[in-house]
Design a protein around this ligand. Structure first.
Ligand code: SF4
Length: 334
């Protein structure tokens, strides 16, 4: 789906401003800080740092995308604020108002507002004073603690009647456990990718004849990648499988973005036929010959029976058990 972004679950990325403060373990390897603070020195991160608005020319981009979408009859997905958090307390409320004006002026775009501060959504939208109909709210979840703290706020945010709700489980740092309380209700119509099978819809109709709200209708997962000096932590494939299986069993859209820096087990990586191959060595292990990366870093702490290797994000790719999971929520084109 990506056109102007490297992110597989969006067509465009738009940053209204830059700068943020770390609030969660998922922020440890913040891509935006590594790029905009440490690498380019454009904005200082943290509670005493700055928030810097992007140029007026950048703010005109979504208007262009919107016109194109109208011509094409499409609804492109826009990931809003990859270099910031829309619901950051330190952002002046007038900036958010300007952003919401822009969102309202671009009805053909589906605006994905992904936040690590879901507790702020309702109160900050109230301060803005209106809710555009083309917003989807999402929150990041990297472990069970974030499931329990962040998802209840999404249930409350559903009262603002967003297009849909979504969860980004990236970087996935632990087993999320039972997600069914947030997967029942209205799953919204979904599109399957090749190789996916939904077993049951889980759709519940309320007494008024309408599907029950809310379900987190779209689940995105991914492993971590290295960012500057931060070395990626491994994601156990079983943690990913659990999200996949629960999403599909509830008839919800599941999108797996990437495996991250680590790949499961020796020999599990599909080795490309290129000069990089020289970086592999052969070794005898468990009575068999295996190829291994020349800088093996084992992760036996994660699971002694399921070693992981730092293969690099390119080699580890985005297949999960041999399948690409590329599902998106269906939105009305009318
Ligand atoms: S919320 Fe996002 S942008 Fe802000 S510090 Fe965390 S990872 Fe970085």
């Amino acid at each position: 789906m990506a056109e102007n972004t490297a992110i597989s679950w969006a067509t465009h990325t738009f940053n209204p401003w830059m700068g943020c403060t770390k609030v969660s373990p998922a922020c440890d390897g913040c891509y935006a800080e590594a790029l905009m603070d440490k690498r380019y020195g454009k904005v200082r991160w943290g509670p005493h740092g700055e928030r810097v608005r992007t140029a007026p020319a950048n703010w005109k981009q979504p208007l262009k995308w919107n016109r194109q979408a109208e011509t094409d009859g499409t609804r492109p997905f826009v990931f809003c604020a990859s270099l910031a958090d829309v619901f950051d307390n330190q952002v002046p409320p007038e900036w958010r108002r300007d952003l919401f004006d822009l969102i309202r002026a671009t009805p053909n775009l589906v605006w994905l507002l992904l936040t690590k501060r879901p507790q702020n959504i309702v109160k900050m939208v109230k301060i803005v004073g209106f809710m555009p109909s083309n917003i989807a709210f999402g929150t990041s979840i990297e472990d069970r603690q974030r499931v329990e703290t962040n998802l209840p706020h999404m249930v409350v945010a559903a009262g603002l009647r967003p297009l849909f709700l979504f969860a980004s489980c990236e970087p996935l740092l632990g087993d999320l456990g039972d997600l069914s309380p947030w997967m029942t209700g209205d799953p919204y119509p979904q599109r399957l990718s090749e190789g996916e099978h939904y077993e049951a819809s889980g759709l519940k109709i309320g007494a008024d004849g309408w599907p029950k709200l809310p379900a987190i209708g779209w689940w995105i997962s991914g492993g971590e990648t290295d960012q500057g000096g931060h070395k990626a932590r491994p994601t156990h494939p079983d943690w990913l499988r659990s999200i996949r299986d629960q999403s599909l069993a509830h008839g919800l859209a599941y999108h797996h973005k990437q495996n991250g820096e680590w790949a499961p087990q020796l020999g599990a990586v599909d080795l490309p036929d290129n000069p990089e191959i020289s970086r592999y060595q052969w070794a005898e292990w468990d009575g068999e010959e295996w190829q291994y990366w020349d800088r093996p870093m084992w992760c036996d702490d994660l699971d002694p029976d399921h070693s992981m290797i730092r293969a690099g994000k390119k080699l580890s790719g985005r297949l999960l058990d041999g399948v690409t999971h590329d599902a998106f929520p269906e939105v009305n084109h009318g």
